[in-house]
Design a binder for this molecule. Structure first.
Ligand SMILES: [Zn+2]
Length: 159
């Protein structure tokens, strides 16, 4: 490992019962509320050191949000990305990558502008969209991309 600080866990508030849960950055499967066992929205911070664990090795599809603190359009879409994570709790993981401190992630994916959203499915990039896309368009893009990638998340469990 490098000296990059590893984010060990994030905190998610359960949408069902309000319990605050620590959720791991890198874990396969899904995350559930310790109290009521509802699926939790799973939003983590990833960087050059944790990207493979958090994104590439995830068994859930991962929406990667490449952003930077100084980027206005990034701030504009951040709430939309968080909303998508809540809507798709148990089906989708979201990884936020600060481009300023994670140059390797950008280089590896040829990211030249932010915000860039990458959809990872089955360990590979399946789709991307660049720029501040309006919420309805972003939701449509995500749904179409997930369907094309064959990762419909919890659909199999719902039967
Ligand atoms: Zn709960």
């Amino acid at each position: 490992m490098t000296s990059t600080q590893r984010a060990a866990a994030a905190v998610a508030t359960c949408p069902s019962c309000g319990t605050r849960n620590r959720v791991p950055v890198a874990r396969r499967g899904r995350v559930r509320c310790a109290s009521c066992h509802a699926f939790l929205p799973w939003i983590v911070d990833a960087d050059d050191a944790t990207f493979d664990d958090a994104v590439v090795h995830s068994s859930l599809p991962v929406l990667v949000d490449v952003w930077a603190p100084w980027c206005g359009p990034c701030r504009a879409i951040a709430p939309v990305v968080e909303q998508l994570a809540r809507e798709r709790a148990g089906e989708l993981k979201v990884a936020k990558v600060n481009a300023d401190v994670s140059p390797q992630v950008s280089a590896r994916h040829g990211v030249t502008g932010i915000p860039t959203l990458l959809l990872y499915a089955n360990g590979a990039e399946a789709a991307r969209t660049v720029g501040a896309v309006p919420a309805p368009q972003l939701r449509s893009w995500l749904d179409a991309s997930l369907a094309a990638a064959g990762s419909t998340g919890a659909a199999a469990d719902a039967r």
